[in-house]
Design a protein. Structure first.
Length: 169
């Protein structure tokens, strides 16, 4: 197993259906429960573990998941409300070093609960036509709403696996 991609790389079907989207939304809907079960009782030493040399700590991963979902949620909303907007990227490595990433992980879990609730509510209202709406990530490619929902679910699971690897070492 490649610990950089413990659940594999993101794979999105060529033709995404609403059923695919609903499966991803189910994962997102209960994610914070699974995350909380994994990190709720950790002490500082455990929160400072990494899943490989040079990787983020468990604490940084939890905060990164919230930061990333926040950014991806905004991109999703922009894709649904604007005509192919160009959205800025965020430097996740720099974000991981900001002072708020030293807060208790509970602050990011609470943030994730709200963001994921909004993503799920929005996601279940999507139509087939909306799945093809898109945004363009600055200095990158066009990304459809369907692909973004897939990435929202995959990204959380990807980092939950990283956390579990760090805690098993």
């Amino acid at each position: 197993m490649d610990v950089r991609f413990p659940i594999g790389k993101l794979e999105v079907p060529n033709k995404v259906t609403l059923e695919n989207v609903h499966e991803w939304l189910e994962e997102i809907e209960n994610y914070t429960i699974r995350l909380r079960e994994t990190v709720d009782t950790l002490n500082d030493e455990e929160l400072n573990r990494t899943y490989r040399d040079g990787s983020w700590t468990v604490r940084q991963l939890v905060h990164h998941i919230a930061d990333s979902q926040l950014n991806m949620y905004q991109r999703l909303k922009l894709a649904l409300t604007d005509e192919n907007p160009t959205v800025p990227a965020f430097d996740q490595d720099k974000w991981a070093l900001e002072p708020d990433t030293r807060l208790p992980v509970e602050s990011s879990i609470k943030l994730l609960e709200g963001i994921n609730e909004r993503i799920v509510s929005l996601g279940y209202s999507l139509t087939k036509e909306q799945l093809d709406r898109a945004f363009t990530l600055q200095k990158s490619d066009e990304i459809t709403v369907a692909t973004k929902v897939a990435k929202l679910a995959w990204h959380e699971e990807h980092h939950l696996s990283h956390i579990k690897i760090a805690l098993s070492e």
